[in-house]
Design a binder for this molecule. Structure first.
Ligand SMILES: [Zn+2]
Ligand SMILES: [Zn+2]
Length: 419
């Protein structure tokens, strides 16, 4: 019996793990540059954290969570997103009593029971940033602009920033009523989920994915024209600061996001060339969430990006093999005495910080050379009886094909320089 990974999951094999490590290191470097600290939360949480933190009327909570009762009769959910756990941890560990703001980032797997397709998995990976404790627009702009630096560093171009403001508890109810008026005449034609959202959360009508449904809906009145003075001021400051940084964006009044805890700024990145799942990330302000999860009322804003989509977008423009690893030196041995010597030498140069490998299969010269080439060794060090007697190795540079004899003693330091 042979098994395959569960539907909607994938192995990241050695062919691709180098690319993933590259993505992760770019994220970590950028986060360090911007003063963010990593938060690592459990893979699962009490279900209530997501019911309260993500919102009971969202697709995520209604139909996508992996929820189960554990052996201690607790309701447990595999995390479908990273913000609610980060905020739960912020409240639990009293981070508000530390110097503010709290700037957190995370990288890791998330779980949603969705229909798998290109770039969409049931176990997928996200990186995200959260700024907790800042009401002003600089925080919004930092979390919008910073992932763009990451995308650029990864070679992902053709990214569009979609921007909207969904107001606040003061101005949103009026807009909700306006939406209901606009859509009342077409309500009977709309899809079942729009029908049920019409009463509970009419804003969500705007991001219905059904093309048929959209055909019936007149364009919505842009919400950012109905903001209260404070929300309007915040939105125009966000736009001014984005302009100042030279970040281009398009206003997208349909961008309401599926999460109930968002207010004011919402944004989404879309990227060309990766098919229908073209959203690569997004986020917004969630001033109500900290209180919802048991903390003091605290403003906050965050972003999350899909790493599978990043990898997909990178592969559309680059060769994944470029990121495959490879040792600094592969030791090729001729004969038994040499085999014993390269074994020692490999451990010796490794202890001096040079990555090294050697033949363990008892192969002949040609097969060892072929293997060294396949595993991307930068140099090959060939050792036979003559070399052992002279205390040297024949060192071949695999990129130029150039070969010369060098003393064994200085090998490690030479290879470190040759890197
Ligand atoms: Zn408002
Ligand atoms: Zn619909």
């Amino acid at each position: 019996m042979e098994y395959s990974a569960p539907r909607g999951t994938q192995d990241i094999t050695p062919d691709e793990s180098g690319l993933w490590q590259h993505v992760e290191s770019v994220i970590r470097q950028t986060m360090a540059l911007c003063g963010y600290s990593e938060i690592r939360t459990p893979i699962f949480e009490h279900t209530e954290v997501f019911e309260r933190g993500v919102g009971a009327t969202t697709d995520i909570v209604e139909k996508e969570m992996y929820t189960f009762r554990d052996r201690g009769d607790r309701m447990i959910t595999l995390r479908p997103e990273g913000t609610a756990p980060a905020v739960r941890a912020y409240v639990e560990h009293r981070m508000a009593s530390r110097p503010q703001p709290t700037k957190l980032y995370y990288i890791g797997p998330m779980f949603r029971y969705e229909r798998p397709q290109a770039g969409r998995y049931r176990q997928f990976h996200q990186f995200g940033m959260e700024v907790i404790g800042v009401a002003g627009p600089a925080a919004d702009v930092e979390v919008i602009a910073t992932p763009l630096d990451i995308f650029r560093a990864l070679g992902i171009t053709d990214v569009t920033v979609n921007l909207n403001s969904i107001g606040c508890p003061v101005c949103r109810p009026g807009y909700r009523n306006l939406l209901k008026e606009v859509y009342a005449p077409v309500l009977p034609q709309l899809c079942p989920s729009c029908q049920s959202r019409y009463e509970r959360n009419p804003l969500r009508l705007l991001d219905c994915k059904s093309q048929e449904c959209r055909g019936y809906m007149p364009d919505p009145p842009p919400i950012f024209e109905y903001l209260c003075p404070e929300c309007a001021q915040h939105f125009s400051e966000v736009r001014r600061l984005l302009d100042k940084l030279g970040v281009e964006y398009v206003l997208n009044p349909r961008l309401v996001r599926g999460l109930d805890y968002y207010n004011r700024t919402t944004f989404e990145y879309t990227v060309g060339g990766i098919g229908s799942q073209d959203a690569i990330g997004g986020g917004g302000r969630y001033d109500g969430l900290v209180e919802e999860l048991g903390g003091q009322p605290t403003p906050a804003v965050g972003v999350a990006c899909g790493m599978e989509r990043c990898v997909l977008a990178m592969k559309a423009g680059a060769d994944a093999k470029r990121f495959a690893g490879g040792v600094d030196v592969f030791f090729v041995s001729l004969g038994e005495r040499a085999a014993e010597r390269v074994f020692e030498l490999a451990f010796q140069v490794r202890s001096q910080g040079v990555s090294a490998d050697f033949d363990m299969m008892g192969r002949g010269l040609k097969a060892q050379m072929r293997y060294a080439d396949k595993v991307n060794a930068k140099f090959v060090a060939i050792i036979g009886d003559n070399e052992i007697d002279r205390g040297t190795v024949a060192l071949k540079d695999m990129s130029t094909g150039e070969q010369r004899e060098v003393p064994m003693a200085g090998l490690a330091s030479m290879l470190r320089e040759g890197r």
